[in-house]
Design a protein around this ligand. Structure first.
Ligand code: NAD
Length: 260
């Protein structure tokens, strides 16, 4: 018997990076990840990888900012499996620029993916979780849910905001055995971070090596990147919780970059 036997888990942004690792790890422990991503081809590849290892997975095309697409992805999941036990709201992007130059359109785009996406997927899944009296919701926050960095105004704003949403859900969901928590990683070398290294080097007029050493990992206790596995460990901990003792909480996974 594995921790997630038969548990159906919608994981947004699971075609790449951290979300993909979470999907693979859930499947390895008997869960059925629903790979919900903007990029359906890559989502299908992740699902195929899981099936090749003998697991089950379901890829759905979903732009998390589009209410109709979110509702459809959730409805298709219910039609196929009859329930949603776990939501990992993980899809996200990064755009770096100083506030003074930040295009308003980019500010709105980033907030929409992180915050509207979390709200819409939560709302759509909750109806089913409340009916079943079971749900484990995990939001992908960041050290930037607690701390700020230059060039990241909408990202820091959105990641702080997710903590608020999660705390409200912890209160509203408790009577339905629905818990809500936030996992807050430090820097992880996914495509989202690889793209940022040259962008930050250009904005800050320093080398890429300096971005890694003196910006990204400067305040860690050991100069180490966090890994997708490290983040998945924390997500799976909250997703597997047997009751709502862990709810309204946040866990920082960052080699001590931020200490709470
Ligand atoms: P990634 O770029 O590897 O993966 C992000 C995935 O989200 C992609 O598959 C992409 O197609 C999908 N996506 C983007 N916009 C979407 C939308 N509108 N609807 C549905 N899917 C969409 O990035 P990652 O590093 O794995 O990031 C995942 C999450 O982890 C993000 O919320 C990010 O903010 C957070 N995070 C990342 C780091 C890091 O260092 N990589 C640190 C802290 C938090």
């Amino acid at each position: 018997m594995s921790r997630f036997d038969g548990r159906v888990a919608i994981v947004t942004g699971a075609a790449s990076g951290i979300g993909k690792e979470i999907a693979l790890r859930l499947a390895a422990e008997g869960g059925i990840p629903v790979i919900a991503d903007l990029n359906l081809d890559a989502a299908n590849k992740t699902a195929a990888e899981i099936k090749a290892k003998g697991g089950d997975a379901f890829a759905v095309a979903m732009n998390v900012t589009d209410e109709a697409e979110v509702e459809k992805g959730v409805a298709d999941t219910i039609a196929k499996y009859g329930k949603i036990d776990i939501l990992v709201s993980n899809a996200g992007i990064q755009i770096v620029k100083p506030i003074v130059d930040f295009p308003f359109a980019d500010w709105k785009k980033l907030l929409s993916i992180h915050l509207d996406g979390a709200f819409l997927t939560t709302k759509a899944c909750l109806k089913h979780m409340y009916k079943a009296k079971y749900g484990r919701v995990v939001y992908m926050g960041s050290v930037h849910s607690k701390e700020a960095s230059k060039l990241k105004a909408p990202y820091v704003t959105a990641k702080h905001g997710l903590i608020g949403l999660s705390k409200v859900l912890a209160k509203e969901g408790a009577e339905f055995n629905v818990s809500s928590n936030v996992v807050c990683p430090g820097f992880v070398r996914t495509p989202l971070v690889e793209k940022q290294i040259p962008e930050q080097a250009a904005e800050l007029k320093i080398s890429e090596a300096d971005v890694i050493k003196n910006v990204m990992l400067k305040d860690t206790i050991d100069g180490q990147f966090t890994t997708t596995d490290d983040v998945a460990d924390a997500v799976l901990f909250y997703a597997a919780a047997r009751n709502t003792v862990h709810s309204g909480q946040s866990a920082v996974v960052s080699h001590g970059w931020f200490m709470q």
